[in-house]
Design a protein around this ligand. Structure first.
Ligand code: MF3
Ligand code: CO
Length: 250
């Protein structure tokens, strides 16, 4: 079942989304050579709890932390720990918040200090493919338009688009219907309607689109060890066009 949110519900989701984005803003300046991913996790948890929210990832199917920190060839779901970030790394930070019964979910990939041109270009492609998807999130378009937009942009730059993991509907639960693939055919699939709220999250690999699942039960890495970048926002489809709910100023 795909929920359609009322204007009032979307405003409440925007508050959850805003707290998510503010938390991302809070930890962004900490992302420097020498910081451990556990330190980022602790700071995020404190920020969220202090503002009356709950970290949605913590305890989700047993997940042990409040954010995911996925370094270099890690695609998503890297578990925070003692690992210290190093100059030249890239790190995907994925964060989720529950506030007033509603969820926000977002991810950004950051450069740690100075990174290679190749790493920077990959981060830009993840961001740009999100923006390409956002541009087609208007009522009457279809789910396939979103995936097609991501795939076309990323593949035109020679990157691989992860297929085993998708975006998703979001609301009271982090993962609701529908699944939102990052590949697909324009003009196909579910019709987008005002009130749909989707977490759109391109995962873009420098090499093959294939991934491997590590035996820690969580970490997903690229099949060939190449770099990966992730960019995610919670987006409402409205009659006036797409609205990013995970924005610090929404
Ligand atoms: N933000 C991720 C997603 O979009 C979820 C992280 S999985 C968790 O699907 F277990 F860490 F919560
Ligand atoms: Co998500």
């Amino acid at each position: 079942m795909i929920a359609l949110r009322t204007d009032n519900e979307i405003e409440r989701m925007a508050l959850a989304g805003r707290l998510t984005a503010e938390c991302m803003q809070e930890i962004a300046p900490m992302i420097r050579p020498g910081v451990s991913t556990a330190e980022l996790d602790r700071a995020a948890k404190r920020f969220i709890v202090d503002r009356g929210g709950r970290p949605s990832f913590l305890g989700y199917h047993g997940y042990p932390a409040s954010l995911c920190a996925s370094v270099n060839e890690e695609v998503v779901h890297g578990i925070p720990g003692p690992r210290r970030l190093r100059e030249g790394d890239i790190v995907g930070i994925d964060l989720g918040v529950i506030l007033d019964g509603y969820q926000g979910d977002m991810a950004r990939t950051f450069a740690v200090g100075a990174v290679s041109d190749a790493a920077r270009a990959l981060i830009d492609a993840a961001h740009d493919s999100f923006e390409a998807a956002l541009a087609v999130m208007i009522p009457g378009n279809r789910l396939g338009d979103i995936g097609h937009a991501v795939q076309t942009l990323a593949e035109s730059r020679g990157y691989g688009v992860v297929r085993e993991l998708c975006g998703h509907g979001i609301g009271h639960d982090m993962h609701e219907d529908p699944e939102v693939p990052n590949y697909g055919q324009a003009g196909r699939g579910l019709r987008l309607r005002p009130g749909m709220v989707l977490a759109v999250e391109p995962m873009i690999n420098a090499g093959t689109w294939r991934v491997k699942f590590l035996d820690d039960g969580w970490t997903v890495v690229t099949g060939d060890g190449s770099l990966s970048a992730h960019w995610e926002n919670t987006v409402a489809v409205t009659a006036d066009g797409p609205r990013i709910l995970t924005a610090a100023d929404s």
